[in-house]
Ligand binder design. Sequence first.
Ligand code: NAD
Length: 235
Amino acid sequence: MAREYSQKAALVTGGAQGIGTAIASLLAARGYRVAVADIKPVELDRMLFIRCDISREPAVRACIGRAVKHFGRLDALVNNAGIASPDNGPVEKLALPEWNRRIGVNLTGAFLMTKHAAPHLRRTRGAIVNIASTRALQSEPNTEAYAAAKGGLVALTHALALSLGPRVRVNCISPGWIAHAAVKKKDHAQHPVGRVGRGQDVAELAAFLLSEAAGFATGQNYVVDGGMTRKMIYV
Ligand code: NAD
């Protein structure tokens, strides 16, 4: 038991699929004991699954309690879960419950997780990574709720870095287009790096930001988008 407790522990929200699974798997490969919190049940090799709706505080409190009880500690929190589709339709038709649902999951969820994880992360001098989006910085039409939530997450990151420092570092990653299935040739070609992103691209950066090698980095938003936000696109 003592040996288990000396091994670092990470909690990844939304780890049942996509970017979250890539992050959880890489952290496990790098030696963390990993818990995945998601509303969608999944069996992940050698990981603890905790069913949790991150927008509900009692569920979040129970989730953190269960992870800490299981691992005896918490060193890393990755706030990745989200309603990943940015489309919410014309603003004139955007219903308040739909706006609240997106803010509730994509922004409040990270606040709740952090609130309940903070005492444990302080103890271990841990770190947090929030997964925002390049949509925190630029937009297509009809994506107000998603953009506002992700912009809020970038701001929440620097606020938390000041409040939880110096013991806990808090950083944010803003991915561009991360594909989970095949995409067209032209979609790859429009990226300055020549391809669309993969979950692994985000996972590598998250693992670095959580590690002691990133000890001088806090409060920042790191864009990983194959260069798309640096490309001039005037027609
Ligand atoms: P995904 O939809 O494949 O996975 C999201 C996961 O979050 C799912 O497993 C889902 O069940 C879970 N989830 C949703 N609501 C939840 C809730 N209330 N409580 C707990 N879990 C919940 O999405 P993805 O593409 O892997 O994206 C992961 C994160 O990265 C999201 O925050 C998304 O906004 C962000 N992101 C994705 C992209 C992209 O191109 N894929 C780009 C930028 C940012």
